[in-house]
Write a protein that binds this ligand. Structure first.
Ligand code: HEM
Length: 242
């Protein structure tokens, strides 16, 4: 039953801050990541520039990973709209999804204060990828440029006898035990591939996410985009999750 538009409180400020810091940091990480991938084509050949790009990417990565970590803490102890239960598909999920899809087919989309069932799937997939990217990125920052939190453990492992691990310089062989460095190759490559393919998948999911948000805004008229700024949704149907 349609009703007059009513305002509902939706995303808490912690969710909205996370979302926009995440958008900015992910865009910057993708931008610098693509520069790293296509450095040769772009004429970036010096070792210093190559290391500089990795350092820049890692510094933005810390902002991204810290923001994600805080968001995950809020998923345990934050307000209802920030909790895992607000987005992880629960027990009755298949029923909710079928009922939502039927409402779309009938041209009378159900409205939600929080995520619609497809949104829950998207957010779960996005969070999983972000966690994989943060973890694999932190590992690569340690193995490639001896950056925290794993860099000092990597440096201690590869440092030749009598060398201070803190004196090692990325991509320089001096003071490095070459056998130990070689033994890290498979480990580095595994996390490098995981990081790269997760980044590709994330880029694809971001496009799907944007298309779905625009579709929901246009077809369902639930002020989804502005709600991520204001924390309020204007709905003219009784929400399914009230
Ligand atoms: C949404 C998050 C992220 C995205 C989309 C992303 C994207 C990328 C891309 C496209 C590359 C190039 C891959 C290559 O050269 O093979 C890359 C490399 C790298 N990333 Fe990330 N990254 C993210 C998060 C992070 C984080 C949190 C860190 C660590 C603080 C990090 C550290 C690194 C490092 C050290 C490399 C170089 C690895 C290599 O040369 O193989 N990344 N990232």
């Amino acid at each position: 039953m349609s009703q007059a538009y009513k305002s509902y409180s939706t995303w808490s400020s912690s969710v909205r801050w996370f979302h926009w810091i995440n958008v900015l940091s992910v865009i910057s990480l993708i931008f610098v990541g693509l520069l790293m991938l296509y450095k040769k084509e772009l004429g970036i050949t010096s070792l210093d520039a190559k290391i500089g790009l990795k350092e820049l990417h890692a510094v933005i990565g810390y902002v991204f990973a810290t923001n994600l970590f805080i968001r995950l803490v809020f998923a345990f102890i934050g307000p209802a709209s920030a909790r895992f239960s607000a987005f992880l598909p629960g027990k009755r999920f298949m029923q909710e999804l079928n009922s939502y899809r039927a409402s779309l087919k009938a041209g009378k989309p159900q409205q939600f204060i929080g995520h619609n069932p497809l949104g829950k799937l998207a957010v779960t997939a996005l969070f999983s990828l972000l966690i994989i990217l943060a973890f694999s990125g932190l590992i690569r920052a340690g193995t490639d440029i001896y950056y925290p939190p794993f860099g000092s453990a990597v440096a201690s492992y590869v440092a030749a006898e009598g060398t201070d691990p803190a004196s090692l310089i990325p991509y320089q062989k001096e003071g490095v035990n070459s056998d130990k460095m070689a033994s890290l190759k498979a480990f580095k490559s595994l996390f490098g591939k995981l990081h790269l393919y997760s980044a590709y998948l994330l880029m694809f999911l971001i496009i799907v996410h944007l298309a779905a948000v625009v579709r929901a805004e246009v077809k369902e008229g639930d002020s989804l985009v502005s709600s991520m700024f204001s924390g309020k949704k204007m709905l003219n149907e009784k929400p399914q999750d009230e």
